[in-house]
Design a protein around this ligand. Structure first.
Ligand SMILES: NC(=[NH2+])NCCC[C@H](N)C(=O)O
Ligand SMILES: [Mn+2]
Ligand SMILES: [Mn+2]
Length: 301
């Protein structure tokens, strides 16, 4: 089924400390994102990039801001993104948000969740992004968005979009986990979030992981896919700020995207943490575009 896909560029770098991730959206456009999706037969509306507060290098590089680096910038950015995504859904468009660091998920999902009674979230990432300020080893807010969306953390983050508790823990599936902080491990066990570590992916295979994921989310009336490119193995996919060895292959990721497309259950998509300044020949953006193609129904034959 052909859709009208609205690309919303979210050039935030405030959730971490490596400049360049704010150029991720344009790196994906240069890699042919729009043409690739149009070639499948969908209509594309490219809404350009969300207006970003200016990066103040003094603040940006600061050691800590009470454990929440660049909190005002992240909050302002996510509020603007939330409105853009909300409007996109209201207009009947399929939101495709391209980042930007992973803190933007608080804007994206806050704009989406109000349109669903029981939104599911697939978090395809090396990391859980389930920290709060006290458990964070870095003070980087891109390590906290999923927890804020559940309802824990600084009130400015928890209340983006003017409401809280956007996602229920039972409606979350983590895929690709291999770097979790102690507080995140304890939290996952305490509340029981469905988690596929790299070992699980190796044992089961990606096919079963995606089948079980969709089964776990069978009561959800919409599913958001949040894909952090650091879920992929850094040998293949180097252009991202917090690489962790031993990741998911590009090949396995294609299968995952194809299966999600076949299921017709995923209702919004965001792809984050592409950083062209630490990439090799834009290959990470090119892979992000390749995966987006499979996600929206590109077929080999
Ligand atoms: N979206 C990401 N790449 N997050 C990385 C987070 C790394 C680490 N857990 C932290 O809190 O700082
Ligand atoms: Mn990550
Ligand atoms: Mn992440």
């Amino acid at each position: 089924m052909n859709k009208t896909i609205e690309i919303i560029g979210a050039p935030s770098a405030f959730g971490q400390r490596k400049l360049g991730v704010n150029m991720g959206p344009d790196a994906m456009r240069y890699a042919g994102l729009v043409e690739r999706i149009e070639a499948i037969g969908h209509k594309v509306v490219d809404s350009g990039n969300i207006e970003s507060p200016v990066i103040d290098m003094k603040v940006y590089k600061s050691e800590q801001d009470g454990g929440l680096r660049n909190l005002p910038e992240v909050t302002t950015f996510c509020e603007t993104l939330c409105e853009a995504v909300d409007t996109s859904v209201q207009n009947g468009h399929y939101p495709l948000v391209i980042g930007g660091d992973h803190s933007i998920a608080m804007g994206t999902i806050s704009g989406i969740a109000k349109h669903y009674d029981n939104l599911g979230v697939i978090w395809y990432d090396a990391h859980g992004d389930l920290n709060v300020a006290d458990s964070s080893p870095s003070g980087n807010i891109h390590g906290m968005p999923l927890r804020a969306l559940i309802g824990d953390g600084h009130e400015d983050l928890v209340n983006i979009g003017g409401y809280d508790k956007k996602v229920k823990v039972e409606n979350i599936v983590l895929i690709g986990m291999r770097d979790l902080d102690e507080g995140e491990k304890a939290y996952i066990k305490e509340v029981g979030i469905k988690t596929y570590t790299m070992a699980d992916i190796d044992q089961l295979g990606m096919k079963t992981v995606i089948e079980q994921t969709l089964e776990h989310l069978s009561n959800c009336d919409g599913i958001h896919l949040s894909l952090d490119v650091d879920a992929l193995d850094p040998n293949e996919t180097p252009g991202t700020g917090t690489t962790v060895p031993g990741g998911i292959t590009y090949r396995e990721s294609h299968l995952a995207m194809e299966m999600l497309n076949d299921s017709d259950r995923v209702t919004s998509f965001e792809i984050v943490e592409v950083n062209p300044l630490i990439d090799i020949n834009n290959q990470t953006a090119e892979q992000a575009v390749g995966l987006t193609g499979s996600f929206f129904g590109e077929k080999l034959l």
